[in-house]
Design a protein around this ligand. Structure first.
Ligand code: COA
Length: 178
């Protein structure tokens, strides 16, 4: 298998590539299909995996400041990590996450953040779950719903990159939940 990882700033993505991402995303998340390449908001950049030139894996990234406890951190939020069904279990998901980590280390990012119902891949790649009251901007179909407050402890996971510990306390996403 010849796999290639490429990073794209959002505004550099061609309409053909947006269509390929849309098709991949919709096939991987059948319950969250959209007529576009993103769910709620544009990612800042994407890390894409191509196998024999065909799009096989996607990881969108939101780079933002996010508050944990009493201070703000530079974070990369993971958006819509997905791999084409016929290419799964060959390490593409792991490779996309390790490329993200490399990017984060070079960029001085404090931690990686994601939300997931299933945790296996993330526990294997060094993430851990955290338990905290969270605040975020609700968005539905390009309309904001105001601030939502909830404990999403079963789903929120982090991987510390440029810091050794994360304070306890409420988590403010300072934006939408990716
Ligand atoms: C999750 C996903 C991206 C993994 O991609 P992949 O290329 O198969 O990943 P890797 O080959 O590096 O690792 C495979 C491991 O991921 C884990 N895994 C499988 N599905 C998973 C899921 N939905 N969530 C978390 N971990 C998962 C398993 O532990 C698997 O190892 P195993 O087969 O030995 O049990 C892929 O299964 C996928 O696209 N699923 C549908 C979309 C999705 O649920 N995305 C995650 C959103 S949080």
């Amino acid at each position: 298998m010849t796999m290639e990882i490429r990073r794209y700033l959002e505004h550099e993505i061609s309409s053909d590539l947006h269509s390929s991402i849309e098709a991949l995303r919709n096939s991987c998340f059948p319950e969250h299909q959209e007529p576009r390449s993103y769910g709620k908001q544009f990612p800042h950049f994407r890390i894409l995996a191509f196998v024999e030139g065909r799009l096989a894996g996607h990881l969108g990234v939101d780079h933002r400041a996010m508050r944990f406890g009493d201070r703000a951190y530079s974070i990369f939020g993971v958006i819509d990590l997905c791999v084409a069904e016929d290419e799964r279990d060959r390490g593409i998901g792991t490779t996309l996450l390790s490329d993200l980590e490399e990017c984060a280390r070079k960029g001085g990012v404090d931690l990686l953040v994601l939300l997931a119902h299933r945790h296996e891949l993330y526990l294997k790649t060094g993430f851990r779950g955290i338990d905290a009251e969270c605040m975020w901007l609700g968005i539905d179909e390009h309309r904001n719903l105001g601030v939502i407050k909830e404990n999403v402890s079963g789903e929120l996971m982090v991987k510390l990159i440029g810091i050794d510990e994360l304070p306890a306390g409420p988590v403010d996403f300072l934006g939408y939940m990716f």
